[in-house]
Design a protein. Structure first.
Length: 389
């Protein structure tokens, strides 16, 4: 019997406001949106930031057969978590059904989320009004302490510490447990306990990591966000297996996020920095968690191995050149095993011999080192490269 599989896709990982500057393209500029397909086929969407638009386009492009109903969990009503709603194409398709979950805001009152929809699409802020959305929509208000079943999956909602309130969610599937806790700040004992309950023994713990530990302690105190360090501490404390740093600051460049990730990895084995297009598979054979970097899904993938000469700058600052084999090659990147250890974010040149219809051809690619991990063979480093040309 094959083991059950759950797939978690990241469509938006940026906090506060979308970013389009080139310095942020690698981790991505869309605001929070994830989707999860549980082993029983239940479809979940977590938050409706600008990433939601791309998820909707994917659905339309795939024209795939989906279950009629999708369950959408909205953590709170700040712009970055709702801004994608009017641009989610499946909401304009009659036969689609959406069950929304959110909480009653004291600023909005009854049916808060429905009001958010209406206000967001009110004239003159949007060209068509709420009634243009022909999909069936149901709204459920959560108290923030309950657990309930959605399909065969147990969902738990808890309040988190954030201005005007926020919910965190824990989804227990047959393939593993996901805790989604964005927009939370440490400091409130009761809500810190709630956060730990959500994350307890989770396979994937997605946590707010907007600020550096020192920002969080000083200039950004009270802004409602957290740091990689808090995430690591909580993951350790409650036995969460993999930590995903999420809700990157709009002013954090890719290089800065690389730095946060590097710091976090020094203290905790299994950490990823959420990036747009990242897919995490739970329950896959052999490994509890598998993550794929953006590009690898749609891009050309080759199982074949290529002999390659790699030139780069080592961690000691000196230039190196090494011959190796490239195993995992996609259009936008590759994973290369090296004895040398290049610097994170340094430039790397990879010259490969690739077989083609007219014999062996030399392919010269330039890229940046985006990831460094211990290699499979002793004494090697697995180097993740994103090609820039
Ligand atoms: Zn946010
Ligand atoms: Zn917020």
């Amino acid at each position: 019997m094959s083991s059950p599989i759950a797939k978690l896709n990241f469509w938006g990982v940026r906090g506060s406001t979308p970013t389009v500057d080139p310095a942020t393209w690698r981790f991505g500029g869309n605001t929070p949106c994830l989707d999860l397909v549980a082993p029983d086929g239940t479809q979940f969407i977590l938050d409706c930031g600008t990433g939601l638009r791309m998820l909707g386009n994917r659905w339309v492009a795939e024209d795939s057969v989906r279950t009629a109903e999708t369950h959408i969990f909205v953590t709170h009503y700040h712009w970055d978590h709702i801004q994608g709603l009017p641009f989610f194409a499946p909401l304009y398709v009659e036969n689609n059904e959406f069950q929304f979950y959110s909480f009653r805001s004291k600023f909005l009152g009854r049916d808060s989320l429905r009001q958010v929809f209406e206000t967001q699409m009110a004239l003159p802020y949007f060209p068509v009004d709420f009634s243009a959305m022909s999909a069936k929509r149901k709204f459920r208000e959560l108290e923030g302490g309950e657990s309930f079943l959605v399909g065969e999956n147990k969902v738990t909602a808890r309040h988190l510490n954030h201005p005007q309130g926020c919910l965190g969610f824990r989804i227990e599937t047959a393939a593993g447990t996901i805790a989604y806790a964005t927009d939370n700040e440490p400091g409130d004992p009761a809500l810190e306990k709630s956060l730990r309950e959500l994350a307890a023994d989770a396979d994937i713990f997605v946590n707010d990591a907007q600020f550096t530990p020192s920002q969080l302690a000083t200039t950004k105190k009270g802004w409602g966000h957290s740091s990689w360090k808090e995430g690591v501490n909580i993951a350790r404390e409650v036995g969460a297996k993999t930590l995903v740093l999420f809700h990157h600051d709009p002013d954090s460049t890719d290089r800065m996020v690389d730095g946060l990730l590097r710091d976090a990895r020094e203290e905790f084995d299994s950490v990823f920095a959420a990036s747009e297009g990242m897919v995490i598979t739970l329950g896959a054979a052999g490994q509890p968690v598998q993550a794929h970097l953006p590009g690898s899904r749609t891009a050309l993938r080759r199982e074949a191995q290529f002999r390659a000469i790699v030139t780069g700058i080592g961690s000691d600052g000196h230039k190196f050149q090494e011959e190796t084999t490239v195993r995992d090659l996609a259009l936008r990147g590759a994973l290369i095993s090296l004895k040398d250890s290049p610097r994170l974010q340094s430039e790397l040149e990879v010259v490969m011999e690739t077989p083609g219809p007219n014999g062996v051809r030399e392919m010269r690619l330039r890229g940046y080192v985006v990831r460094l991990e211990a290699g499979v063979e002793k004494g090697t480093t697995a180097v993740g490269v994103v090609f820039t040309d």
